[in-house]
Write a protein that binds this ligand. Structure first.
Ligand SMILES: [Zn+2]
Length: 52
C-alpha cells in the first residue's frame, strides 16, 4: 500500500487565507483563517476593534 505524505495537507484543509489565498502571517483566531492584511478589513466588518 502506497502513501503520499506530501498530499497530507492538500485540499480544503489547507491553511491559508480564505480571501486572498496567502499563507503568510495567517491568523487562526476565532476560526477566521485569514492573513493579517485581510484581517484588518474583515475585523471592521465583524466589529473586531482590538487589533491595530
Ligand atoms: Zn488575505
Amino acid at each position: 500500500m502506497q502513501v503520499k505524505p506530501t498530499e497530507k495537507y492538500r485540499g480544503r484543509d489547507a491553511r491559508k487565507c480564505r480571501i486572498c489565498g496567502n499563507s503568510r502571517a495567517l491568523i487562526r483566531a476565532h476560526n477566521l483563517y485569514i492573513c493579517r492584511r485581510c484581517f484588518r478589513e474583515v475585523a471592521r466588518n465583524i466589529g473586531f476593534k482590538k487589533y491595530g
